[in-house]
Design a protein around this ligand. Structure first.
Ligand code: ZN
Length: 370
C-alpha cells in the first residue's frame, strides 16, 4: 500500500498543479515535529469517553480538526521513563524505571541530529518529570534536555544574585511561592536524579533563565510544573524554533497522592496547556503550516478499583493502563479517525519519516500521517 506521501507524489505527477491539498505537505527540510506526552498517566475514562470529554475541552475541540487514533497501545514497561523512552526510540524500553540509565537504543533525536547535521539547539526535550535527564540520547549527541524545575532553581538564584531590586525584596516570597513546584515528585523522585542531569549549554541556560525571571515576576507566574514546562517550551520555540521537540507534561501523576479531584484538575490543566501549545504553533510563523504535533498519554492508570486501587497507580498492566489514544494535528495530517490498533513504538518511526530521517524502529510509520 502506498503511504500518503507516496500517493501524493504519484498523484502530483499525473495531475501536476491541480492537486487540491487541504493538508499541505511541507518539505522534509522545513517540517517540524512536536511530540507531546499528555503525561503523567491518564485513563481513557477521564479523556475521550462521553463522560471524560468535559475534562478536556480543548482536545475535544481539536479532535475533529486532526487525525484521531482510537486504539494506541503501550505494550511496554509501565513506568514513565520507559514508556516515554519507547516513544522516542521506537523500541520497547526496559531500563531503570527512574531514569538512572539512558534508553537502550538510539533515540529519534540522535538519528535526526546525525543525519541532518543538526546542532544542539535543533532537538529538544522539555520535561516536567525530574528524572528525565537521560531521555534525549542513548549514547551520541541527542536532544537538549531541559528540566524546567532545574532552571527555576537557577532563576531563583539569579533573582537573589542580581540585587537590583527586581527580586531581592520579595525573594523569600518568590521562593515560598515556587516551593511546591520545586518539591513536586509524585513517585518520590528526588533531587539526586534531578541534579545528575546533563548540563545544558551556558548561553541557552542564560537565555531561558532570563525569560524565567521575568515570568516569575509577571502576572502569569507558574503554579505547577507543567505550566513551567509550557512556558519554557514556548520560549524554546520562539528563541530557537527547533524542528524536533518533545514536551513532557507530568502533573496528572499527582493521582498517586490519592485525590481524584486533584487528578481531574491536572487533566484539565494539561488539556489547556496542550491547547496553548497548539495556539503557539498556529501563530508562530516558524511553525505555522509546517508542524505536525502528536499528542498522546505515555501511559494510562489502573482501571478496577478493587483490583489495584483504581486511578492511583499504573502498575496493574490492565487495558486501562495500556490502551490509549493519539491525536495528530497539523501539517500533512488529514482529518479522520483510525480504529485499527497502533502502538507507541510507531511514534518515533512516524516522526522519523516526517523529518526525512532513516531510523530503525520496531514500530511502523503511521500511513495515515506520513
Ligand atoms: Zn506515576
Amino acid at each position: 500500500m502506498l503511504s500518503k506521501r507516496q500517493f501524493l507524489q504519484a498523484a502530483g505527477i499525473t495531475v501536476a498543479g491541480r492537486l487540491a491539498a487541504p493538508a499541505a505537505e511541507p518539505s522534509d527540510a522545513k517540517r517540524k515535529v512536536i511530540l507531546v506526552t499528555f503525561g503523567g498517566g491518564v485513563r481513557y475514562a477521564e479523556t475521550f469517553t462521553k463522560e471524560g470529554l468535559r475534562n478536556i475541552p480543548r482536545l475535544a475541540e481539536l479532535q475533529p480538526r486532526g487525525h484521531f487514533f482510537r486504539d494506541c497501545r503501550n505494550l511496554g514497561v509501565l513506568s514513565h521513563f520507559n514508556s516515554t523512552g519507547s516513544l522516542v526510540t521506537g523500541q520497547w524500553q526496559r531500563v531503570d524505571d527512574f531514569g538512572f540509565q539512558p534508553p537502550a537504543s538510539p533515540t529519534i533525536f540522535e538519528a535526526f541530529r546525525q543525519q541532518r547535521k543538526a546542532g544542539l539547539a535543533e532537538a529538544w526535550a522539555i520535561c516536567t518529570n525530574k528524572s528525565f535527564s537521560n531521555i534525549g540520547s542513548s549514547a551520541g549527541p541527542g536532544a537538549n534536555v531541559v528540566l524546567p524545575k532545574q532552571l527555576l532553581l537557577e532563576a531563583v538564584k539569579d533573582i537573589v544574585a542580581r540585587g537590583d531590586g527586581l527580586g531581592v525584596a520579595d525573594r523569600t516570597n518568590v521562593q515560598r511561592r515556587l516551593e511546591t513546584i520545586l518539591q513536586e515528585g509524585y513517585e518520590g523522585v528526588g533531587w539526586t536524579i534531578f541534579k545528575g542531569g546533563r548540563q545544558i549549554d551556558r548561553k541557552v541556560r542564560e537565555t531561558l533563565t532570563h525569560a524565567l525571571v521575568e515570568y516569575i515576576h509577571g502576572p502569569e507566574a507558574p503554579t505547577s510544573g507543567d505550566e513551567l514546562t509550557f512556558f519554557i517550551a514556548r520560549e524554546v520555540m520562539r528563541e530557537f524554533a527547533p524542528p524536533l521537540t518533545l514536551v513532557n507534561f507530568w502533573d496528572m501523576d499527582v493521582a498517586h497522592w490519592g485525590s481524584y479531584s486533584l487528578y481531574l484538575q491536572a487533566v484539565t490543566r494539561t488539556d489547556r496547556l496542550v491547547g496553548m501549545l497548539w495556539d503557539e504553533v498556529c501563530s508562530n510563523p516558524n511553525y505555522k503550516d509546517r508542524t505536525t504535533m502528536l499528542v498522546l498519554p505515555e501511559l494510562g492508570r489502573d482501571g478496577d478499583i478493587n483490583a489495584a486501587n483504581g486511578f492511583l497507580n499504573h502498575r496493574s498492566g490492565d487495558a486501562s493502563c495500556r490502551n490509549m489514544w493519539m491525536l495528530a494535528l497539523g501539517a500533512g495530517v488529514d482529518r479522520g479517525e483510525t480504529e485499527r490498533p497502533v502502538a507507541h513504538i510507531d511514534v518515533a518511526a512516524t516522526a522519523a519519516k516526517l523529518l526525512g530521517v532513516k531510523f530503525e524502529a520496531a514500530g511502523q510509520a503511521l500511513r495515515e500521517i506520513v
